[in-house]
Design a protein around this ligand. Sequence first.
Ligand code: FES
Length: 209
Amino acid sequence: MTRSLNPHAAQNTGSPPTTLPPKPGDPATAPRRSILAAVAAMIIGGFVGIVPFAAGLATFLDPLLRRKKASGEADSHPPIRVASLDALPADGTPVQVPVIADLTDAWNREPNQPIGAVYLRRDGDKVECFNAICPHAGCFVGYSADRKVFQCPCHTSSFKLDGERIMPSPSPRDMDSLAVDPAKLKSGEVWVQFVNYYPGKEHREEKPT
Ligand code: FES
C-alpha cells in the first residue's frame, strides 16, 4: 500500500462525501447573486427606459395619427373659397383664379399657399369650374377671348367653353371639371373642391396633394 505525499488529498474512507449548504456571505454564492442582480437591473432598466421612449414616439407620431384619423372621418377635398359670385362676369366669360390653401403634412402647416388655378364660368346663379391644367401634359391652359375657346399653348389642344375637347386634339380627355359647393353659392361665394389629376390619361386619376 502506497501513501499519498499530498497532505490535502482526501482519504478514501469508502463513505460518500458530505457537503454543507453555503452560508449567507459565503464567497462561493457571491458570483451567482451578482449575476441575478445584474439581470434584474437590466430588466428594470429596460422597462424604465422604454416607457419614456414609447411616450416620445407616440408624441412624435401623433400629428400623423391625427391626420390619418381626420382624413378617414372628413372629406379629403374640403371646399376652398376661390371667389365671390359678384366678381364673375355674368355673360359666361371664363375667369382664371388662383387656388390658395393651407399646405399641411404630418408635421408642418404652411398657410395660404398657391396650390393651382381654376377657370370659373358664371351662368346666372350657376358656376362651372375647370382645373386650369391641361389634361394632355400638364401645361396651363389659356383662354382665347377672340375664339371663345380654351387653348393650350404647349401642343395646341383646344376646348369649348364647357370644357369639351375640340377634335382632333392631343389631349386624351376633356378639361377636368371640379365640384362647386351649392350651399356657398347661394350665399354669394364660390367654393370648389380642388383636385389635381394626372395628365396623359384617358380617364381621370387623382394625384395626391
Ligand atoms: Fe396642353 Fe400638350 S400640354 S396640349
